[in-house]
Design a protein around this ligand. Sequence first.
Ligand code: OGA
Ligand code: MN
Length: 291
Amino acid sequence: MEIVPLSDAVGVEIKGVDLREPLDSNTLEQIEDAFNEHAIILLRDQDISLGQQKEFAQHFGELGSRNRPGKKPNELDEYGEHVMLVTNVREKGKPIGSLPDGEMTFHADTAYFEFPSKATMLYAMELTSWGGNTLFSNCYTAAEELPEDLKRRLDGKKAMQVYEYGTTLKMKEKYDRDNFPHYAHPVFRKHPESGRSALFVSELMTEEIVGLPKEESDEILEALFEHQKKPEFVYEHPWKVGDLVLWDNRCTIHARTDFPRDERRMLRRLTIQDTKPVVEGAVPYKQAAAE
Ligand code: OGA
Ligand code: MN
């Protein structure tokens, strides 16, 4: 096994691992360490079934469910409650999966919940002839490289994360908080494994810094979103069929470039549920679910 950087910004490629074979504990430990240290891991040329993908994902925690209280259960019965097909493939004009078309603005997955996903895994099955790259921005270095005065102004503050399902580009000033999930998380989120602070805001989902006047909040957020896009924080992944990428959703945000609507793109997606609270010492996941 060999571990090589994907970029100066974030992420590593892990070479010499075939996910069709059972992994010994030493290999697994190295992979887990690489994930915790580098936030994004890529394994290329994998030819795996859904079962094999799930088995690998489960080493990082329990699979995230797509079913939500008060929402009708996931209709993709064939794939089950844990799987999302990220695809523009349509049957009778209707997408058979989620996040079908085009560009996506930077975001962290399910940041609008109390317990956002710990990690997300995409496995590339079909790709378009151009575009559809996924960009990853390193929220640790983005936090560290902020000007000191901004760090001080944001210290101890929370940011409101909101999302309207199906929105992939930030176009609106405000989302409809009466009808969509939202949650205020610390602007600087401490990662439970690394102990480092990550800048946990994103253009698609963060609407305001709680407790600041609107004008000041808007101005700061705009500056933060521009900061997060700086090339020194970003790795852009050009997908190849067979690529498997797992990203740490606690310390990275991601976006997607445009791609042709009339060519097929399909990635098989699993998430890992975070069972630790975002804020150290807060109510843990199982307990919160039971309350
Ligand atoms: C996701 C996502 C980006 C992509 O699956 O959460 O944002 O490249 N996907 O399709
Ligand atoms: Mn996403």
